[in-house]
Design a protein around this ligand. Structure first.
Ligand code: GLN
Length: 253
């Protein structure tokens, strides 16, 4: 009897290991943290061709948090506008995508404590002398990334034609081709773009401060608390400052 039970147990184990699809789908209990991001948002997240993987400030930060909490971090790429639905449907556990903490989003998802202070800026062609700030965008053709705070800002400009793009790279590409007169996008992302020998200039002041937060499924307060604790830890032990310096070249502000 014992022998037969043992045999059954052994063959069940063999069956599962030879057919991995029969194994339990990894969940948070298996210590895998499924991270959703939109990988065209340098320097926060982008695909490194040399390393053939996602790199950037957000990626290093979530890896440091994952390591601290004992999770293996698995990054999944998706459109920025798909990140909140992916959290809600449980496709990912967290989203790290330079996502600004806003009141409407807070109704749909949990946010960690703020981890980076950003703000929007206007990008125009180098030889443009008429657009000096956001006030001069009335009636203009503006490129934005769909579902972002930049898009919401542009939609409020009277008479403007707002052209939505799937991601930041496509927005910049169309700007470079002269298809839009201006782009409204997060300041550090525009600054990084221009630092890569791209043509254009920023005009006007950086707009209202926007804090980035790590997004977690609404109601998952346990994971939110774990992440906040870990974020505080990496800020206190110098790991956050090391990552910040790696990507921005300065000490955190
Ligand atoms: N910070 C902006 C927002 O939250 C843009 C984020 C992004 O495009 N990844 O809407």
């Amino acid at each position: 009897m014992f022998k037969r039970t043992l045999l059954a147990a052994v063959s069940a184990t063999l069956l599962i290991s030879s057919f991995p699809s029969l194994a339990k789908t990894p969940t948070i209990d298996d210590k895998i943290l499924r991270v959703g991001t939109d990988s065209s948002f340098a320097p926060f997240e982008f695909l490194s061709v040399e390393e053939n993987e996602f790199v950037g400030f957000d990626i290093d930060m979530i890896k440091a948090i994952g390591k601290d909490l004992g999770y293996k971090v698995v990054v999944q790429n998706m459109g920025f506008d798909a990140t909140i639905p992916a959290l809600q449907s449980g496709i990912v556990d967290v989203v790290v995508a330079g996502m600004s903490i806003t009141e409407p989003r807070k109704k749909a998802i949990n946010f960690s404590d703020p981890y980076y202070t950003s703000g929007l800026i206007v990008l125009v062609q180098e030889n443009n002398t008429t657009i000096k700030s956001i006030d001069d965008l009335v009636g203009k053709k503006i490129g934005v990334q769909i579902g972002t705070t930049g898009m919401f800002k542009a939609e409020k400009i009277p008479g403007a034609t707002v052209v939505n793009f799937a991601n930041a790279s496509e927005t910049f590409l169309e700007f470079d081709n002269g298809g839009v007169e201006a782009v409204i996008q997060d300041y550090p992302v525009v600054a990084y773009y221009l630092s890569q020998n791209k043509k254009g200039k920023m005009v006007g002041e950086k707009m209202d401060a926007e804090d980035y937060g790590i997004a977690i499924k609404k109601g998952n307060d346990e994971l939110t608390a774990q992440i906040n604790k870990s974020l505080a830890k990496i800020k206190a032990n110098g790991e956050y400052a090391r990552i910040y310096k790696k990507w921005f070249g300065t000490e955190p502000k």
